[in-house]
Write a protein that binds this ligand. Sequence first.
Ligand code: TXA
Ligand code: MG
Length: 331
Amino acid sequence: MCLPQAGGWPPIFMKLLKTTPRNIKRAAALIKAGGIVAFPTETVYGLGADGFNPAACARIFEIKRRPRFDPLILHAASLKQAARLFRRVPAPALRLMKSFWPGPLTLVLPKSAAVPDIVTSGLATVAVRVPANPAALALIKAAGRPIAAPSANRFGRLSPTSAAHVKKQLGAGPDMILDGGKTRIGVESTIITFVKGRPVLLRPGGLPLEEIEKISGVAARAAPSGQRAPAAPGRLKKHYSPKARLRLIAPGQSVKPGSSAAYLAFTKKPAGSFLAVRVLSARGDLREAAANLFSALHRLENSGAKIIYAEKVPPHGLGRAIMDRLRRAAA
Ligand code: TXA
Ligand code: MG
């Protein structure tokens, strides 16, 4: 069952391989040879290639069926390696890097000449982060170059928070899937850019906006007045979608149960009988809810339900990222 492969790697690489030092070494060798490796980060699994190898990066777009206008994130192992990918690092960006890296924060700044155009889809800016997952960091270090990696799902579909999720959607597309278990944070990184030195939010994610604002000392919500808001080209209205239709509802709102309906609750199981039910966090903890979000949606999708009712969550902290994903899944 060998699908298109650049390197003709032996079939052993099709299996899920635990993130042992030996397998990480093999993965790094694959990356250096132009191969594609799916690997765990603290947010979601990434589909990785040598960020300086345009042909390898092109394969990421093919495997994901991702449009070429949607740029990739580069993953670095250190602040120093990351900084070399930017033309220069302004002071407010450096403050955020020092406070939150390694971690679920991606920064978008003008790119250095080292970054190939295919990574940025021709934009003059590049998105970079240092992930806080020991296996991811070890892989980038061993590869000796930044790793370009979008989330390891098919374009527009549910993001992967386990190696099994990657396999379900991408099958034998990647040359190797590193299995580091369930990801800790469960939603993608928060993406920030800067307009006139002020932070601007491009995507809510695993780092709560409130924490960024504490360090920046200013609101990071939208572009300052009079500025056209910059955008992340891949932030389409419809995204993160399960196969079933998803409908957003108020917690406890009465909906029609049934054998083709599934239910995603925030804290409490609904009354009535549904094909499948998942509770994000019985104690109402938004971090726990975010960590469970995509695995719950994968489960509900696998149930074969035609419709998923999903309860809204409070839109602060990690709730902002959860609501963003649910709104787009429902679009
Ligand atoms: O947590 C994460 O960020 C995960 C893990 C694997 O690191 N990665 C991830 O990548 O979510 P992806 O490709 O699924 O989402 C990256 C988003 C896309 O919406 C893309 O349009 C945006 O980042 N992006 C990339 N480069 C950009 C740039 N130069 N300017 C604006 N947006 C950019
Ligand atoms: Mg994605």
